[in-house]
Design a binder for this molecule. Structure first.
Ligand SMILES: Cc1cc2nc3c(=O)[nH]c(=O)nc-3n(C[C@H](O)[C@H](O)[C@H](O)COP(=O)(O)OP(=O)(O)OC[C@H]3O[C@@H](n4cnc5c(N)ncnc54)[C@H](O)[C@@H]3O)c2cc1C
Length: 380
């Protein structure tokens, strides 16, 4: 498919909801149970502008609407948590390119990501954990003429396939450092799945999310040209993009919570007389989801605020989203009972998708560690 009409910014909520039920509702079982990757549906959603909300440079009005991006992912996640996660992968990848220094990627790739013509992901779990002092950086790049040769392994990167791209970071070492050149720094780059030396291997089945185009990646001296470097050094750039990265993930959780509310309400039509004795019922969850959405809306306005204080608030909202998702998915199971326990039921799928929200980087343990560090350092 070609690029979307750049004058159509984003589909309105009703159009998006209709597109989600047409494109994803019939596929969701196959995505969840058979690991089917819904590439075409993701591209069609891109044609409606769902990946464009947060990209000021890709909108004729020049606005940046991170809250709109979260709402669009919520609409997708209401049908399918895997697809909402992949929409986030796409949004994050485009976010890196928009905020990155490469003019050529800005001119060529960014419009393709914004429209969904090219699909992309983000190999940033390892770097995010590295910057939170949880693990060391997995990729290393040797500075060479015209770019870097990058080697190492990333265990899981999603929304990938032939022709896809993703952003990740590596430690620049060796020759550059020794020569007093560009070495010894952490560098952010845009990688193309088709580059020589990069191997995508399938991974053993997960509890859920198998339809997310998730691969284990091995880099064997992959040449990354200078025009694919997004930030060198990564430090100040990471502070600029981190709020958007984390905040947009709220859309994945919010979509799952919204669908759990639907499931609880549906179940209450028949079983309200007994479901009323359960905690975390639909009205309570709806209130908390609304508060979280309001909080996200406020934080989204200052998405480029690179202070630790702002980041601590974004991490707190993300933690609330994980905790709310766990509670809502558990409550949907308890409301729906044996019907929800059936393998064909959406309630059990939501439970499995919900755990992903809590363990994908930043996982709950990572969030609590990082919030503790920032609070201790005085970022209130
Ligand atoms: C379905 C799915 C999709 C994901 N998609 C992405 C993505 O698109 N981009 C991305 O960057 N990350 C992705 N991840 C990784 C994810 O964000 C987390 O980083 C990952 O789940 C590890 O987090 P943790 O808190 O368990 O790590 P920790 O407990 O802090 O540490 C575990 C670390 O040990 C290593 N490790 C543990 N188990 C294994 C294993 N079986 N094989 C190899 N190494 C292992 C890894 O380095 C891992 O980071 C995905 C994970 C899953 C399950």
């Amino acid at each position: 498919m070609g690029s979307a009409d750049p004058t159509s910014i984003c589909a309105d909520p009703d159009v998006l909801a209709a597109a989600v039920s047409r494109l994803l509702d019939p596929l969701v079982g196959r995505i969840d149970r058979d690991g089917q990757y819904p590439g075409q549906a993701l591209q069609e959603l891109g044609g409606l502008g769902v990946y464009r909300h947060h990209l000021a440079t890709q909108r004729p009005d020049g606005r940046r609407d991170v809250a709109g991006a979260i709402d669009a992912m919520t609409a997708i996640g209401r049908s399918c948590g895997s697809s909402a996660f992949m929409a986030w992968c796409q949004n994050a990848c485009a976010w890196y390119v928009e905020q990155g220094r490469s003019q050529s990627l800005h001119a060529t790739l960014l419009p393709q990501l914004a429209s969904g013509e090219v699909l992309g992901g983000t190999g940033m779990s390892n770097p995010m954990k590295y910057f939170a002092a949880i693990e060391s950086l997995a990729l290393e790049g040797q500075a060479v003429a015209g770019g870097f040769r990058v080697s190492g392994r990333l265990p899981w990167v999603s929304n990938l396939g032939p022709g896809h791209v993703f952003g990740t970071a590596f430690k620049s070492a060796g020759q550059g450092a020794a020569a007093g050149g560009t070495g010894g720094r952490d560098v952010m780059a845009l990688i193309r799945c088709d580059w020589p030396g990069l191997t995508l291997s399938t991974v053993p089945p997960f509890l859920a999310m198998d339809g997310t185009g998730t691969y284990s990646l091995t880099f064997d001296k992959v040449f990354v040209p200078d025009d694919h470097i997004l930030a060198d050094p990564i430090g100040p750039w990471l502070k600029r993009i981190r709020n958007g990265f984390v905040l947009m993930q709220l859309g994945i959780g919010a979509g799952i919570v919204a669908s759990c509310i639907d499931l609880m309400r549906e179940s209450n039509l028949r079983l309200g007389h007994v479901n009323g004795f359960l905690e975390d019922g639909p009205d309570q969850m709806e209130d908390e989801l609304g508060s979280l959405r309001d909080r996200a809306g406020l934080l989204a306005r200052d998405v480029l605020d690179d202070s630790d204080r702002q980041f601590a608030q974004v991490l707190t909202a993300r933690l609330m989203a994980s905790e709310l998702t766990l509670r809502a998915t558990q409550s949907a199971m308890l409301h729906t009972g044996a019907a929800g326990y059936s393998l064909s039921s959406p309630a059990q799928r939501r439970l499995r998708e919900g755990y992903f929200v809590a363990i994908v980087t930043p996982a709950i343990k990572h969030l609590r560690k990082e919030i503790d560090r920032l609070m201790t350092a005085g970022a209130r």
